[in-house]
Design a protein around this ligand. Structure first.
Ligand SMILES: C[S@@+](CC[C@H](N)C(=O)[O-])C[C@H]1O[C@@H](n2cnc3c(N)ncnc32)[C@H](O)[C@@H]1O
Length: 237
């Protein structure tokens, strides 16, 4: 594992890193359960949307246990895939997964990516940008390292939209997910934090505006799961 680590001095960054280090072991199982098995469909959408050339180079920022990175490799084994995250415990779990050793794991803060400008064909992220202290800056970094014409693709949760289903979705977020976290990982607080950040995160329209202000063009998004998940894409000019 490349340990070219940019330290994040912010208190928020340290708390986020500590939390993910505590849940690393059970992260994939709980993710599968709390997305009702749909996470794989959304990742496939991310990879299709990234429009990578077959032997291209992909950065998956906030890669965690590498789910998007590994699915990208399954999609095209010739790809070169870099997974970057500041929680080494998450990446250590990912390294043990099938094809985990084919990924280049880099310990790095998504707000200070240790890569040159314009060196990736696409940059993906999954559930990263609502955890960082400055969402716009995270997108600026991703836009900086992607080649002109390359895509920045973001899979993220969205606050439950207004409507008849909202009470059900809030119940799922505030009751079911913390319970699931407690039963499976023994860590209720982490699985209270995750739904709370979802409820307080930007709407998909606002995320689009942030991506544009980070310098990305042709920004659009596709909603999933009753509007609680969105895959955004923007192109670097
Ligand atoms: C919810 S997990 C998502 C993991 C993976 N992308 C997925 O789709 O399952 C969020 C990940 O973002 C990482 N993360 C959060 N803030 C970060 C930052 N500032 N720099 C690097 N990684 C960060 C966490 O360590 C964690 O592994």
């Amino acid at each position: 594992m490349d340990m070219n680590f940019s330290s994040d001095s912010s208190r928020q960054g340290n708390a986020v890193r500590r939390m993910f280090s505590e849940i690393a072991e059970h992260y994939d199982l709980i993710n599968r359960l709390m997305t009702l098995g749909q996470d794989r469909v959304w990742r496939q959408c991310v990879i299709r949307t990234a429009g990578l050339p077959r032997n291209g180079i992909l950065l998956d920022a906030g890669t965690g246990t590498g789910s998007i990175a590994l699915d990208a490799l399954n999609h095209a084994i010739e790809l070169r895939v870099i997974g970057a995250d500041f929680t080494t415990e998450m990446m250590a779990v990912g390294r043990q997964r099938v094809n985990g050793s084919r990924i280049t794991w880099v310990a790095a803060n998504a707000l200070y990516l240790p890569f040159e400008d314009a060196c990736f064909d696409a940059v993906t992220s999954g559930y990263l940008v609502r955890n960082v202290s400055d969402t716009c800056h995270a997108f600026q970094e991703q836009a900086r390292v992607v080649k002109p014409g390359g895509r920045v693709v973001c899979l993220e949760t969205s606050p439950p939209p207004q409507g008849l289903l909202r009470p059900v979705l809030l119940f799922f977020l505030n009751r079911v997910i913390p319970l699931l976290g407690q039963v499976v990982s023994g860590n209720r607080s982490a699985y209270t934090y995750l739904p709370q950040t979802t409820q307080h995160f930007f709407t998909p329209r606002k995320v689009s505006a942030i991506m544009r202000s980070a310098g990305l063009k042709n920004v659009r998004y596709q909603p999933f799961m009753f509007g609680t998940i969105a895959v955004h894409v923007g192109i670097r000019q």
